[in-house]
Design a protein around this ligand. Sequence first.
Ligand SMILES: Cc1cc2nc3c(=O)[nH]c(=O)nc-3n(C[C@H](O)[C@H](O)[C@H](O)COP(=O)(O)OP(=O)(O)OC[C@H]3O[C@@H](n4cnc5c(N)ncnc54)[C@H](O)[C@@H]3O)c2cc1C
Length: 459
Amino acid sequence: MPERNEFDIVILGAGSGGYACALRAAQLGLSVALVERDKLGGTCLHVGCVPTKALLHAAEVADAARESERFGVRATLDGIDMPGVNAYKDGVVSKLFKGLTGLVKGRGITVVEGTGRLTGPLTVEVDGTSYVGKNVVLASGSYARSLPGLEIDGTRVLTSEQALRLESVPSSVIVLGGGVIGCEFASVWRSFGAEVTIVEALPHLLPAEDEQSSKALERAFRKRKIGFATGTRFESVKATDAGVTLTVEGGQTYEADLLLVAVGRGPVTDGLGYAEQGIALDRGFVTTDERCRTSVEGVYAVGDIVPGLQLAHRGFQQGIFVAEEIAGLEPEPIDETGIPRVTYCDPEVASVGLTEAQAREQHGEGVESLTYDLGGNGKSQILATQGFVKLVRVTDGPVVGVHLVGARVGELVGEAQLIYNWDAYPEDVAPLVHAHPTQNEALGEALLALAGKPLHAHT
Ligand SMILES: Cc1cc2nc3c(=O)[nH]c(=O)nc-3n(C[C@H](O)[C@H](O)[C@H](O)COP(=O)(O)OP(=O)(O)OC[C@H]3O[C@@H](n4cnc5c(N)ncnc54)[C@H](O)[C@@H]3O)c2cc1C
């Protein structure tokens, strides 16, 4: 007879969604089993957000050294020591992993190591032991997808996870997919000295962003000599000992040392017993209502397996939401449009709320937009970055979209998301003071201009 363990919540997967749910549930006095087959922290901590942002920081340091003369500083960039970069990156990850492990232990959460499978609506089985929950939370995350006819060999044709483990800088790379992950890797490799070409099927890089942001990024990438072909569909790839040849529809070919496949992430839901237990799926994703409830009573789903933005902070928030829901706190549902989005390439692209096109679709002609160029922002000039802050508002109504392009603008999205999520009117927030000289001032200037009293802006 398999052993039986009973908990208030059994969580399958300890990535951003799963562990956040566990931490909050434990804080609320619920007993929690957290099942994980790999490492606490999941994709984000080990092969996603954290290591890629460490690489991007190393890339920024390389650029600073290369361009130091511009600032009157004599330095030279002698090269990129990938083992050194990896040691720095892995050091950041292990420190955070240690911290998270301690946190989970400290909250009294039962961590079950092994591969879990849903064997009853409220039962997860791991190595012959059943863990029964009053509630179950599915949080099994995502994997790097490929395309039909595109075989990942881990040597020449890589996923992002494999690309994070490179021990030298390739001299040339093709990046298939100009979304967030593709643009971030392209930016890193270019800063490290590689020739980079992005191939994207849709008409623009970062196609989910406001078109003005995508176009600004394309201009900046052109300046950085990052090549890209948009509106270009993959046809085939041939890997040899010397490199890869990518053929696109129409017959054009591209050659490079490596190909990174960054065409999106699929849900990890196959073979885990979800369908067998009656959990409704849509193309492999677990569908939920706005309270993260699946089609089966007592079973919730959070994170990348739920259709929508595949972002760590969405997973965190959904995890917290579910813990509070189960504890009877009746939390407010999450507004998906209010989740901030950041691409950490150089320049950064960040946004929250609706694009201008979406705002016009939803609100008709009663929409205004204002773009404040970072050329007028002192701190951005000091940093020698270009870009803009764009606000989209409903006429005589709240700000419904904020779009940012420029070095470090990802940090501005904190204020932007408060403006969006609190339905702020430009007239309400324009009088609030921004420190000088900061890039935040650009947001303040844009709000002043939209409120009809521009300061450092031509009208
Ligand atoms: C290269 C890259 C860069 C990214 N950068 C960012 C970023 O800058 N900002 C951002 O917000 N997001 C970023 N993301 C996305 C972010 O990592 C994900 O949105 C987030 O990790 C999703 O969390 P999750 O809990 O849904 O899934 P995951 O983090 O994938 O966790 C799922 C966990 O479940 C475990 N698991 C799966 N099946 C089983 C099973 N049967 N039994 C036991 N355990 C199981 C897995 O081992 C895994 O640990 C990035 C992703 C990638 C790939």
